[in-house]
Design a protein around this ligand. Structure first.
Ligand code: C5P
Length: 312
């Protein structure tokens, strides 16, 4: 009798920006306590998983030359983690993961985390597992601080190291322009730089997240623009001084406000509406301050099966 081979499964998974990112003290485990407002954007990666004779990861698109294809890839670690969780000891041996990347690599937009989250959802479907999103989120949190948010998407308040999430009401679609830098920035390096800046001086600290949450509920981009803030921005700018010019150029091009996304170096510019975002993007692309410009909107849902009903 012929074994029935299940068809490949594809999942689309969003990037994130941080509308508010307050960094607390360095913890004994090497992480920092955070309070952050995550916001999922329509700039996405696609993850396809299939049974194959040769296991591994293939990468196409943004950063395809620099993303590891072996065991160091976070998507592959997601395959191993899910296999271990459900006791499929031979699980990884026949899985192939294809990543089609739109999210910049090491850009502060949680692209690697997105790939891991997408892999968990795709593989749960391929293996027909009876496993809910909350159970997947527990595995996700062990893979990285931003992986659970990529599962849920939307807009959410993140605490702990960013993995503890509560949804935030957001009535409006916000329009963004993203400026990708020539090279990525290492997240641990940016956190270490912030620790250094705090030892030697007094870099700005964002206040409470509460006004951001109120602005999201009101849906007014002008109100939200006044409140965007990121404690990591000073550290990212210290390591990559050219970001100052990029941030200025976005606002000069007509954005309401700009912020470094997460640990950077991608800059996110909030615009009044979709039309304004296109105008800002065109002008920023000609300003010579970044490698590539994209428009995106948010919030969007988390990791979702493409072309079919979700497994769960
Ligand atoms: O969790 P993730 O693997 O994305 O974190 C990458 C690195 O970023 C950590 O090893 C740590 O250096 C830094 N980090 C941190 N505090 C957080 C999240 C990340 O210091 N809350």
């Amino acid at each position: 009798m012929l074994a029935v081979v299940p068809p490949p499964v594809t999942v689309r998974v969003p990037s994130k920006i941080n509308l508010h990112l307050s960094v607390g003290d360095l913890r004994p485990d090497g992480f920092h306590d955070l309070t952050t407002v995550f916001h999922a954007l329509s700039l996405t990666d696609e993850v396809t998983v299939a049974l194959a004779e040769e296991p591994g990861v293939e990468v196409y698109g943004e950063g395809e030359q620099v993303v590891p294809t072996g065991g160091a890839n976070l998507a592959w670690r997601a395959v191993e983690a899910l296999a271990a969780h459900v006791g499929r000891t031979d699980g990884p041996a026949n899985v192939r993961v294809v990543l089609r990347k739109g999210i910049p690599v090491a850009g502060g937009m949680a692209g690697g985390s997105a790939d891991a989250a997408g892999t968990l959802v795709a593989l749960a479907s391929l293996w027909k597992l009876d496993i809910g999103r909350d159970e997947l989120a527990e595995i996700a949190a062990k893979l990285g601080s931003d992986v659970p948010f990529a599962l849920y998407g939307g807009t959410a308040l993140g605490t702990g190291r960013g993995e503890q999430l509560v949804p935030v009401l957001s009535r409006h679609t916000f329009h963004w322009v993203l400026a990708f830098d020539q090279r990525g920035l290492s997240t641990p390096r940016v956190f270490t730089e912030l620790d250094r800046l705090r030892e030697t001086g007094n870099p700005p600290r964002v206040g409470s997240h509460a006004p951001v949450v109120e602005a999201l509920a009101s849906g007014d981009p002008r109100q939200l623009a006044l409140l965007l803030g990121n404690d990591l921005q000073a550290a990212a700018v210290s390591l990559r001084p050219g970001l100052r010019r990029t941030l200025r150029a976005g606002v000069n091009a007509g954005a309401l406000a700009g912020t470094v996304s997460g640990s950077g170096p991608t800059c996110a510019f909030l615009c009044a509406d979709a039309e304004s975002a296109l105008e800002v993007a065109a002008e920023l692309a000609g300003a010579g301050v970044c490698r590539t410009v994209r428009v995106a909107h948010g919030p969007v849902p988390g990791a979702r099966l493409v072309g079919g009903d979700e497994h769960r």
